[in-house]
Design a protein around this ligand. Structure first.
Ligand SMILES: Nc1ncnc2c1ncn2[C@@H]1O[C@H](COP(=O)(O)OP(=O)(O)OP(=O)(O)O)[C@@H](O)[C@H]1O
Ligand SMILES: [Mg+2]
Length: 451
């Protein structure tokens, strides 16, 4: 009920009563509302206090976490600095690349080996450090090349060449490792500059080649009287044969067939003298040794294949007893093949002396002996050697063959010995002969020593 103030005096007491009651109930209502509001405010306040406490707690935890993070960051930086100083102190170059071949990091040794500053390398392709000849092939396919090259190289020491900033090539020993980081595969290459070692190896090789040459020349000197004797023999035969021919030509009834036969013999002897001189020249020649990694069984098969027709013609049966997966040898292939050819040729010659219809057998064995040397045995069931022959066969010019020169075995022995191996034989009269020689395997000191 709305009442204007100036009409209040005109109100009856009943109306005033009603008004008062209305007023009181309104006031009560207001008081109630007020109470509800205060309760809500108190609730709100307590809520705020609680939340503030929680926030303060969280804040403290956050501060602690930040402190901890700062500490670990500090430790991480310290560790990184330590690691860097270790990496930089390393004499080995360490190059990290990503799967696309981009250089991610390098240490100081890499700068020294290749002559670049780290900034010039980082972000650049690894191709920059590869020899140009290699780069050409890899230009388009670097990723593919790395995918193939790296698994093969993992965990192995490889000899490679690097390209320096000044354009010079540097020989390196390299190992490769792989590591994942944030789901990406990175590769680290550890490279060592082996220029000094290579130079020394080259010098040693040259020195030993000279030494071997001097030794051979010395040996020749010692053999000079033998050589003179050897050459003299066919020459005197030539003289004798030609004298006989001249006499026959002067005689009345000239037997041309006979003269032809004698001339033929003179011709053979002259050729023999020539061969002796030729083989001496070959022996003394200052020939460079060309070593390579060789599977001895392959070499044996190669050598044997040259005698196929001799085996057939002379009804010789051939047996192989080759040990599989032997370590490789680092040898001059031609020289060791020469040794095998000499020994096989000698066995064939010996077997040819056996009476017809006797079983002729030649066998070749390869094995690894107790001191880790490769051993090759050439065995025949030929007539064997008498004790007197056994004493002489390794000396130059000893031969029992009309067309032999007696140089095969002494040259073979000198070739095997120049490879740090040995050549021996066993022989029993009427039973057969076995020649065997050893060679150091590639992974031994002697096996790699380029002498
Ligand atoms: N497997 C063998 N069985 C029997 N005798 C052998 C055997 N190998 C070598 N000999 C003997 O040793 C000698 C010397 O052998 P060597 O190979 O040095 O010379 P060669 O065979 O006579 O001549 P060449 O200089 O052409 O090799 C031979 O003449 C032979 O008498
Ligand atoms: Mg011979």
């Amino acid at each position: 009920m709305l009442i204007k103030p100036d009409t209040i005096e005109q109100l009856s007491s009943t109306e005033l009563q009603t008004l008062l009651i209305q007023y009181q109930s309104r006031q009560l209502e207001l008081e109630q509302q007020n109470r509800g509001l205060s309760e809500q405010i108190a609730l709100l306040e307590s809520h705020i206090v609680k939340k503030t406490d929680q926030l303060t707690d969280k804040n403290n935890t956050l501060k602690k976490t930040i402190d901890e993070l700062n500490y670990s960051r500090h430790q991480l930086l310290e560790r990184e600095a330590k690691l860097n100083s270790i990496l930089n102190a390393s004499i080995e170059g360490i190059i990290v690349i990503d799967p696309a071949g981009a250089i991610v990091s390098v240490n100081t040794a890499v700068e020294n080996i290749f002559g670049y500053h780290a900034e010039e390398l980082i972000g650049n392709s690894i191709r920059l450090l590869m020899p140009i000849a290699m780069r050409k092939n890899q230009d388009l396919y670097l990723e593919k090349y790395l995918r193939i090259f790296i698994p093969k190289a993992l965990g192995q020491i490889r000899e490679v060449e690097g390209l320096r900033k000044d354009g010079l090539l540097v020989p390196l020993d390299m190992t490769v490792a792989e590591f994942p980081l944030d789901g990406v595969r990175y590769f680290s290459g550890i490279v060592r500059d082996v220029s000094a070692r290579k130079l020394q190896e080259q010098q040693e090789k040259e020195h030993l080649e000279k030494l071997a040459h001097v030794t051979r020349v010395g040996l020749m000197g010692e053999m000079a009287s033998g050589i003179a004797h050897e050459v003299n023999q066919p020459l005197s035969a030539v003289v004798n044969y030609t004298q006989v021919c001249m006499r026959l030509l002067q005689s009345e009834n000239q037997d041309m067939a006979k003269i032809g036969e004698i001339m033929q013999k003179a011709n053979q002897q002259a050729l023999k003298a020539g061969q002796i001189i030729h083989s001496m020249r070959e022996f003394v020649k200052h020939r460079k040794i060309h070593r390579s990694t060789v599977d001895i069984n392959d070499l044996i098969y190669d050598a044997i294949s040259l005698f196929e027709s001799d085996f057939k013609q002379n009804l010789i049966s051939m047996r192989f007893e080759l040990t599989k997966s032997l370590p490789s040898v680092f040898i001059d292939r031609v020289q060791i093949e020469q040794v095998l050819l000499n020994l096989i040729r000698n066995s064939i010659d010996a077997l040819k002396e056996l009476p017809q219809f006797t079983q002729r057998q030649l066998s070749i064995e390869s094995s690894l002996n107790p001191i880790n040397y490769i051993e090759v045995r050439v065995k025949d069931n030929g007539p064997g050697l008498t004790p007197q022959q056994q004493e002489k066969i390794l000396t130059p010019f000893f031969t029992t063959k009309s067309s032999g020169m007696g140089m095969g075995l002494s040259i073979s022995r000198s070739l095997v010995e120049s490879h740090h191996g040995t050549l021996h034989f066993n022989s029993k009269e009427d039973k057969g002969t076995t020649f065997y020689f050893t060679l150091p395997t590639e992974n031994t000191d002697y096996g790699r020593n380029e002498t």
